[in-house]
Design a protein around this ligand. Structure first.
Ligand SMILES: [Zn+2]
Ligand SMILES: [Zn+2]
Ligand SMILES: [Zn+2]
Length: 257
């Protein structure tokens, strides 16, 4: 087979990225349609129903068990192993054709299906935890720490989104297209730079003040690392010289006897 040119390789990578983004988008749409149908048809359990032991309205199987968390495979008793194998067999019989993945509630051996079974409701404690995380990450995401990313979507619209600068690639595979008003798969993403720098007019290609600040911090830490490495190298060199000195001293001794 002839070797691909750089251009051909690029084209293939782009085509693959587009295929993957479209597949993600389709999966997302299917999941969204399911959620809407479950909401419409009242398939979701309320927290009270769930706690009272009402079975899954998707498959009719129990959600709550009385076992504690399933032990690791190596520490399972024969009964536990049998129970697990049985649950697995039943899952494949019921959902072998669904291909959307599985979930289970700890303490209950029954395996549920993402395509057929709505996941259990969030408890008040969990909701509180989630709110805390959302709140703290929002207050943490100070404007200065946000980066702008330029995204190309499956609909070919190019939009801009922000995310925290700790990400080295765009973290979402799906995002809302403001033009189509639909959730779309992200085909490619490109980091534009810190959000705050976008408001500063400057020569194209030159870093803005926030980017400069980050680069300066990065430079300082790389320089400190180099200094540490140089000190270590110097210490190793002294050690080498000492060994060498001992070795030649021994050789001289040997020469005398
Ligand atoms: Zn179920
Ligand atoms: Zn299923
Ligand atoms: Zn669009």
């Amino acid at each position: 087979m002839a070797k691909l040119t750089e251009e051909q390789r690029q084209q293939r990578a782009t085509a693959r990225a587009r295929r993957e983004a479209l597949a993600r988008e389709e999966r997302h749409q299917r999941a969204e349609e399911r959620r809407q149908r479950w909401r419409r048809e009242g398939t979701y359990l309320s927290w009270e129903e769930y706690k009272a032991g009402v079975p899954c309205r998707g498959c009719g199987q129990p959600l709550l068990g009385h076992a504690s968390d399933r032990p690791p495979q190596s520490r399972m008793t024969n009964r536990e192993r049998e129970e697990r194998d049985n649950a697995e067999k039943q899952f494949l019989e019921r959902h072998g054709e669904c291909h959307e993945g599985r979930w289970l509630v700890s303490g209950c051996p029954v395996v549920h299906c993402f395509a057929c079974c709505p996941t259990p409701p969030m408890g008040p404690k969990q909701a509180e935890e989630l709110a805390k995380i959302l709140f703290s990450s929002r207050s943490e995401d100070r404007k200065k720490e946000l980066d702008v990313w330029r995204l190309t979507l499956t609909c070919d619209h190019v939009i801009e989104r922000t995310q925290h600068n700790s990400h080295s690639s765009y973290s979402m595979g799906i995002t809302r297209c403001s033009e189509c008003e639909t959730d779309r798969g992200v085909v490619s993403s490109e980091r534009v730079g810190p959000l705050c720098d976008q408001e500063v007019t400057r020569e194209p290609g030159t870093p803005g003040p926030v980017e400069r600040e980050r680069l300066a911090a990065e430079l300082a830490s790389a320089e400190a690392k180099l200094k540490r490495q140089q000190r270590n190298a110097a210490a190793t060199q002294i050690h080498i010289d000492e060994i060498r000195a001992k070795l030649t001293a021994r050789a001289n001794d040997g020469g005398l006897t």
